[in-house]
Design a protein around this ligand. Structure first.
Ligand code: FES
Ligand code: FES
Length: 127
């Protein structure tokens, strides 16, 4: 199976790898795992008072497609509102990276990571 050029590019030059200080009140975290393969993705977002995602970072222990998917979503969500980011679909990721069917769950992991981070935001801002 051949990886697409975009997957290889994101895999070799992943954007926004790392994390933020979790004590920073503007930081939220989504941590998810893929039951299919055991890979883990941690995604952090910095969300300002206006509800705009100012920055994003990730750490992924997984395959090339999972790393490429997380790298791509950190680029996509920057500058987006929470509302816009919550509409991001794994199918957009899979399409952009031309993922083959067996690698679709890797893009689902990235969508789940965004959702989990936004859940964390809701929790922190409830009440
Ligand atoms: Fe998880 Fe690909 S099976 S690394
Ligand atoms: Fe499991 Fe990619 S995340 S093979």
């Amino acid at each position: 199976m051949a990886y697409s050029e975009k997957v290889i590019d994101h895999y070799e030059n992943p954007r926004n790898v790392g994390g933020f200080d979790k004590n920073d009140p503007s930081v939220v975290t989504g941590m998810v795992g893929a039951p299919a393969c055991g890979d883990v993705m941690k995604l952090q977002l910095k969300i300002n008072d206006a509800g705009i995602i100012e920055d994003a970072k990730f750490k992924t222990y997984g395959c090339g497609s999972a790393i490429a998917s997380s790298s791509l979503v950190t680029e996509w969500v920057k500058g987006k509102s929470i509302e816009e980011a919550s509409q991001l679909k794994n199918t957009q990721i899979a399409e952009e990276l031309a993922l083959p069917p067996v690698k679709i769950h890797c893009s689902i992991l990235a969508e789940d990571a965004i959702k989990a981070a936004l859940e964390d935001y809701k929790k922190k801002h409830a009440g």
